[in-house]
Ligand binder design. Structure first.
Ligand SMILES: C[S@@+](CC[C@H](N)C(=O)[O-])C[C@H]1O[C@@H](n2cnc3c(N)ncnc32)[C@H](O)[C@@H]1O
Length: 324
């Protein structure tokens, strides 16, 4: 799953070849909104290098450790790669100075979001993402973010916890687990990923796999800590608006909640609005703004999944903004 980079472990990019070949069509600005260790960015830069014309890659991540790792990986590309710390929901604001400066006169031809956490984040116990590695209950992708998993686990009321586990974890036993969490914290705060895992394991019905429940509960907490779904909706809208006509938007998602949002957004941009049924219109009220580059999502093949288990749940969707 991870590769050794110098003395640092990092993340093998998922569906890297398909993503880069579907995204890169012509020179221009390409934004990698989820830079991580820079694996996808490296593949994009290699392809851009083979095109005639000037290109620039803008890599964004909210995690300062990711920027450090990506900076090393992309150092051979010098000022062709501009790496920025920030949330991809702020893509317009982050891009503005680039367009006024080194990217002046270039069109934004591609935008990539490879959602979720990196293997590096999961595998670093102190970041608190994993139930397999004991660490503080943190789960912030932005290490300076305002809310930690510990705040949620120790402060949310039982009902709010149950709702969270149902909604973001799609966990059928959300109520039972919320009750167990609230009962465990009467003895003292739950402060580590290991302690929480033990509470969840004990609350899990015997016939169910605790691993699946654990991953659903940890997913729910991570989504809440990082406001992942709210941020995604904003990023889709703003990301699409910064693309130039002919530019492409690729998103890789890893669970059904994310994928549903992406699919719905892409479909809405690819459909013309003809108003209520039966209106005698010659032209749509709003024409389609984009077209699907691939009709269905792309998924990883067996070989990639065997090499990189994280690829198992990945779905890549790509649209292209129409030239008007
Ligand atoms: C799945 S990893 C990306 C890995 C990357 N494609 C690579 O090849 O190494 C997701 C990265 O996106 C970052 N991230 C997630 N949500 C973000 C957001 N809202 N704004 C900025 N970065 C975000 C995470 O910190 C993480 O480093």
């Amino acid at each position: 799953m991870s590769k050794v980079m110098g003395n640092q472990e990092y993340h093998e990019p998922v569906l890297a070849d398909a993503t880069a070949s579907l995204l890169v069509t012509r020179p221009g600005i390409y934004i990698d909104g989820t830079l991580g260790g820079g694996g996808h960015s490296l593949e994009l830069l290699r392809r851009l290098d083979r095109l005639d014309g000037e290109s620039l890659l803008v890599g964004i991540d909210q995690d300062s450790y990711a920027l450090e790792a990506a900076g090393q990986k992309l150092r051979d590309f010098g000022d062709k790669a501009i790496l920025l710390r920030g949330n991809f929901s702020m893509v317009r604001e982050l891009l503005a100075p680039v367009k006024r400066g080194p990217g002046e006169g270039l069109e934004v031809m591609g935008l990539l979001l490879d959602l979720g956490v990196s293997s590096f984040q999961i595998d670093t116990p102190v970041r608190g993402f994993s139930y397999l590695r004991d660490g503080p209950l943190d789960m912030r992708m932005d290490p300076d973010g305002p809310l930690t998993a510990s705040d949620i686990v120790n402060d949310y009321e039982e009902q709010a916890l149950a709702r969270l586990f149902f909604r973001y974890g799609e966990e059928a036993h959300g109520g039972r687990i919320a009750r167990a969490v609230v009962s465990a914290r009467t003895v003292g705060p739950i402060t580590t990923t290991g302690e929480l895992a033990e509470v969840v394991r004990r609350a899990c019905p015997r016939k169910d796999s605790p691993i699946k429940t654990l991953s659903r509960i940890y997913q729910a907490l991570r989504i809440e800590v990082n406001d992942e779904l709210g941020v995604l909706q904003q990023a889709l809208e703003d990301g699409f608006s910064v693309l130039s006509p002919g530019g492409r938007f690729a998103v890789i998602s890893y669970h059904s909640l994310e994928d549903r949002i992406v699919k719905r957004f892409f479909s809405s941009r690819c459909a013309a609005d003809w108003g209520p049924k039966g209106l005698p219109l010659r032209e749509p009220l709003k024409p389609a703004e984009a077209e699907l580059v691939i009709r269905k999502s792309v998924q990883a093949g067996e070989e990639e999944v065997a090499r990189n288990p994280r690829a198992r749940s990945a779905r890549l969707r790509v649209i292209q903004k129409l030239e008007t």
